[in-house]
Write a protein that binds this ligand. Structure first.
Ligand code: PDD
Length: 279
C-alpha cells in the first residue's frame, strides 16, 4: 500500500515517523476519516472545513487544503477498489520532547492512507446492534477531532468485553454520542440528537442525516435526551463515516422498539442513494 507522508507518496514499508513526533508523544494532532463511495470522497469540503476548525482548536498553523486535496486525489488514483476509507492525520511535527509548542518553523507531520472498507451487512443492519452506556469522562473540547482517543478506546473495549458492539457516553444524565459515532433516537415520531456543543463531535454524517430528515419533513429536535428517554425510544441509531447509519436494538440489556427501525433503515437508503448519486 502507498501512503502519503509530508508531500510524498511512498510505500507503507518505507514510511517512517520519528519517536519525537508530537503525535506519538503527546497525541498532539488531529485527524479526519472520509468515506469513499464509487471512488469519490463523500462530503470532502465539509471534512476539510472541520479539519481546519480542529487545527484552529489546537493552534496548529494553517495547513493548505489544496495540498491535502491533491495528496488525497493522488492516493485515490493508486487505490484499486470502489469503496474505501481515507485516514488523514496532522500532528504538530517532530521536536525533542517538551510540553511547550516547538518553534514555528517545525513543520507539521501530514499522513494519509486509503484502505478498503466493507459496510455492515444487510443482516447486521436488520438485526441492529447492542450498546452499553458509560460515563462521558472525556475533556471539554470534544468538538476537536483529536487523535487523543484514549477514553473512546477504553469505552469501546469495555463494550467488547461485555460482548456488545459499542458504548454510548452519558454526561450529567444526558446522552452525548458513541465512541466513534453520533447517536439519534426516534421518540413519538420525532428524530432527536444532541445539539452541537463542546461535548460532541459535530459529525458530518449527523449533518447529512438531519438534511435528509428535513427533506422528508420529519420533525426534528436538537435537545439533549436522557438515558431513560433513550430506553423508551421507538428507535435508536448511530451515525458516522464508517458506521453510516446503524440501528441499535438493545441498550444496557434493554430491548429498544421491536426490531431495527423503519426510520433508520429508510434514512440509510437515502444516505446511500445520495452518496452514490453524488459519486
Ligand atoms: N469517527 N463522534 C465521534 C467521537 C467520532 O469519532 C466520529 C467519527 C463521529 C461521527 O462523525 P462523522 O460522521 O463525521 O464521521 C462522532 C471516525 C469515523 C473515526 O474515529 O474513525
Amino acid at each position: 500500500m502507498m501512503v502519503y507522508l509530508n508531500g510524498k507518496l511512498i510505500d507503507e514499508t518505507a514510511a517512517c515517523i520519528s519517536f519525537d513526533d508530537r503525535g506519538f508523544l503527546f497525541a498532539d494532532g488531529v485527524y479526519e476519516v472520509v468515506h469513499i463511495y464509487s471512488r469519490q470522497f463523500f462530503e470532502w469540503d465539509r471534512h476539510m472545513a472541520r479539519l481546519q476548525r480542529s487545527l484552529e482548536g489546537i493552534y496548529l498553523p494553517h495547513v493548505d487544503n489544496d495540498e491535502l486535496t491533491q495528496g488525497a486525489l493522488t492516493l485515490l488514483d493508486r487505490f484499486d477498489g470502489d469503496e474505501g476509507m481515507l485516514y488523514l492525520q496532522i500532528t504538530r511535527g517532530v521536536h525533542p520532547r517538551s510540553h511547550a509548542f516547538p518553534p514555528q518553523d517545525v513543520a507539521p507531520t501530514i499522513l494519509m492512507w486509503i484502505r478498503p472498507h466493507q459496510s455492515f451487512s444487510a443482516e447486521t443492519i436488520q438485526q441492529g446492534v447492542s450498546v452499553i452506556t458509560v460515563a462521558d469522562d472525556r475533556w471539554a473540547k470534544v468538538w476537536i477531532k483529536t487523535i487523543g482517543l484514549l477514553p473512546n478506546v477504553l469505552a469501546k473495549e469495555k463494550a467488547h468485553k461485555l460482548g456488545v458492539f459499542d458504548a454510548v457516553f452519558v454526561r450529567d444524565g444526558m446522552v452525548t454520542e458513541a465512541t466513534s459515532a453520533n447517536i439519534f433516537i426516534v421518540r413519538q415520531g420525532v428524530l432527536q440528537t444532541h445539539p452541537v456543543t463542546n461535548y460532541i463531535l459535530p459529525g458530518i454524517t449527523r449533518e447529512v442525516v438531519l438534511e435528509l430528515a428535513r427533506d422528508r419533513q420529519m420533525p426534528i429536535s436538537l435537545e439533549p435526551f436522557s438515558v431513560e428517554e433513550m430506553y423508551l425510544a421507538e428507535e435508536v441509531f448511530l451515525t458516522g463515516t464508517t458506521t453510516e447509519i446503524l440501528p441499535v436494538t438493545q441498550v444496557d440489556n434493554k430491548r429498544i422498539g421491536t426490531q431495527a427501525g423503519g426510520v433508520s433503515v429508510s434514512l440509510l437508503e437515502a444516505l446511500r442513494q445520495r452518496a452514490y448519486s453524488v459519486s
